[in-house]
Ligand binder design. Structure first.
Ligand code: FAD
Length: 139
């Protein structure tokens, strides 16, 4: 079973409520554990940035489920790659909200101080998430 990584971004929709983050994480951790999918979700009120790692078919199934969720919209795949090793093996779905520390990272990986993942390369988003990994406190 080929190991793969998918990184996408999306916007929260009008249907999204702040308390949905907790519901999304609970469902994600349950479903991802069952499919050996791991990853990280970053959310800064304007954008979701999520990395999913696991078998190609499991990622595909989970991503299709995510696409049908009306709590977000305009999804864009930023990177899809077959990989030899996971970068986020510890978390069924790690979560990181925006903080002063995450804001400091934007300039390093994009051409602007503002975080607009739609304007970033897949590789920059991937590296940004690797740095974010160090800031995740609890799952
Ligand atoms: P349920 O257990 O029935 O759903 C779990 C909870 O979510 C319930 O409280 C339910 O009321 C609520 N819910 C489900 N779908 C919707 C909806 N469309 N609108 C409003 N509320 C809803 N799922 C994963 O499995 N793995 C992921 O990594 C993952 N990442 C996500 C990232 C983002 C940015 C978003 C928006 C959603 C993500 N989801 C993820 C959730 C996914 O879209 C589905 O909602 C979830 O997989 C449904 O789980 P379930 O089939 O077990 O349904």
């Amino acid at each position: 079973m080929y190991l793969a990584r998918l990184i996408y971004t999306s916007h929260p929709s009008d249907n999204f409520k702040p308390e949905d983050v907790e519901n999304i994480l609970t469902a994600s951790r349950r479903n991802n554990l069952a499919k050996s999918v791991s990853g990280l979700l970053y959310f800064n009120q304007n954008y979701f940035l999520q990395c999913l790692e696991g078998s190609r078919s499991s990622i595909n199934q989970i991503y299709h489920k995510i696409l049908n969720d009306d709590r977000h919209g305009t999804p864009l795949i930023l990177e899809y790659k077959e990989i030899v090793e996971r970068d986020f093996p510890r978390w069924e779905m790690g979560y990181l909200p925006e903080t002063a520390d995450t804001r400091l990272l934007y300039r390093r990986f994009s051409g602007a101080d503002e975080f607009i993942p739609y304007h970033m390369s897949g590789e920059s988003c991937h590296r940004l998430m690797i740095e974010m990994r160090k800031l995740v406190k609890a799952v």
